[in-house]
Design a protein around this ligand. Structure first.
Ligand SMILES: *Cc1c(COP(=O)(O)O)cnc(C)c1O
Length: 438
């Protein structure tokens, strides 16, 4: 059977029967570790990091950085891998920051995002030597200044700017998209205003500007539009306030394949286009191009992930719908319930059978919205005990997992060089009651 398996790390066993991931048979992994099970292909993660680093260095030179947006998938082993690969990271909470710290990640190479950092968050981050705060609002600017002053340090910050680009219509809108909860809009004058205020804070060093516009982007267009607006602003701020932007972080958002109809991203080609455009634009504006940073999350880890489930029952309601219930659900994958995310699924122990029954794959939560994916094709013979594999689950799955219905979260098993190991163990029911004081 000639199927599009989305990513080169997905394959079928020699006898045609079993789904394989990172060269390993998923039925063996399910037997060894149980289900539901998150698999992560460590070699793929590393390959994605290297592809990014090569692409940005080729396009922008040695000063370019890649910051892994760790909200996509945050656990200790992940930060060790990022450290080993020479990546920076973004964190958005004290929890992520502490996890990175515990992994020995050098926090001087980390950005702290979030639209609401408490005084305690700010103090904790400084105590742990965070490299940069990405300042999102005026209250935060003064709070970071106060904490830096109290310690007698100079803290590096970036300012989060809203460039006014609509990522869906790919248009620069003069008044729209200033309605984001994140950052300071250029159009309203808020961005210029905060820059002036930041520049005079005695304990802050404003290193540059940050923005993040796209999601599931497969070409350079939205980055070119964003760079166009941001470089103009950077040039204006130099003329009007003598501000030199050393670092320009243009965010993340590159796409991955959830469905065979999704395009394949040419990362290196995209970066080359963005790099050529930015160099030419900076020259036209008479400014030096700042060091450029990208913040990919999804595209570093998504297709390095797969989830395995065991089927519990199949309920056919003739002329209406066929339900296939699996032993996980919105607790380990909330993305369809949250925003209708698409997925590709297979019966992992019967790849040789025609996938010809239209069905809706549902979880085990007491919630009718607990759907992994509606209207997918699985073999009509699928039954209790069979194995279902859901592809492209490395990003925003474990990191969004919950204990709804007091379900335990699956383990994360890493695959590398034909071996497997547990990076995060399976939660137990005793973990669930461990916090109770009475
Ligand atoms: C979520 C996020 C990213 C990563 O987005 P992806 O689509 O996962 O690449 C990067 N930067 C910021 C500020 C984000 O909030």
């Amino acid at each position: 059977m000639n199927r599009d398996l989305l990513c080169e790390n997905v394959s079928v066993s020699k006898d045609g029967q079993h789904l394989c991931f990172a060269g390993m048979d998923t039925t063996d992994l399910a037997r060894q570790y149980g289900t539901p099970l998150y698999l992560m292909d460590e070699d793929r993660i590393r390959a994605c990091c290297r592809a990014y680093l090569t692409a940005v260095h080729d396009a922008f030179g040695d000063s370019a950085r890649v910051m892994y947006a760790s909200k996509a998938s945050s656990f200790k082993r992940m930060y060790e891998i990022m450290r080993e690969e020479g990546m920076g990271v973004d964190v958005v909470s004290v929890g992520e920051l502490y996890t990175a710290f515990k992994a020995g990640f050098p926090l001087s190479n980390a950005y702290f995002h979030s639209n609401n950092k408490t005084d305690e968050d700010i103090a904790f981050a400084m105590e742990h030597g965070i490299g940069y705060f990405v300042v999102d609002n005026e209250e935060e600017l003064y709070a970071v200044e106060r904490e830096a002053a109290a310690r007698g340090i100079t803290q590096s910050v970036l300012l989060r700017i809203t460039p006014g680009i609509d990522p869906h219509t790919f248009e620069a809108v003069s008044t729209g998209k200033v309605d984001s909860k994140f950052g300071f809009a250029i159009d309203t004058g808020a961005a210029e205003d905060i820059l002036q205020k930041a520049m005079v804070q005695p304990h802050l060093s404003v290193k540059g500007l940050h923005c993040h516009v796209g999601s599931q982007v497969f070409d350079s267009e939205v980055f070119l539009l964003t760079a166009d607006v941001m470089l103009q602003f950077i040039a204006d701020m130099k003329v009007r306030h003598g501000f030199v932007t050393e670092l320009f972080d243009i965010g993340g958002g590159f796409g991955v394949r959830y469905l065979p109809s999704d395009p394949v991203l040419d990362l290196h080609g995209c970066m080359a286009e963005i790099g050529a455009f930015m160099k030419q634009k900076a020259a036209a504006l008479g400014i030096d191009l700042p060091a450029v940073a990208f913040e990919p999350g999804r595209s570093i880890v998504a297709d390095a992930g797969m989830t395995l489930y065991t089927v519990g029952n199949v309920k056919c309601i003739p002329e209406f719908i066929n339900y296939v219930s699996i032993d996980g659900g919105m607790t380990d994958n909330v993305r369809y319930a949250l925003y209708g995310a698409p997925y590709t699924l297979f019966q992992a122990n019967a790849m040789n059978k025609p996938h010809d029954m239209t069905c809706t794959v549902v979880g085990r939560c007491c919630e009718s919205g607990d759907i992994i994916q509606p209207d997918v094709k699985l073999p009509a013979t699928i039954e209790r005990g069979d194995l279902v594999g859901v592809l492209t689950t490395g990003a925003y799955h474990y990191s969004m997992a919950s204990n709804y219905n007091r379900l335990t979260r699956p383990p994360i098993v890493m695959l590398s060089g034909g071996d497997s190991y547990v990076a995060v163990r399976r939660e137990t029911i005793d973990d669930l009651i461990a916090l109770y004081q009475k």
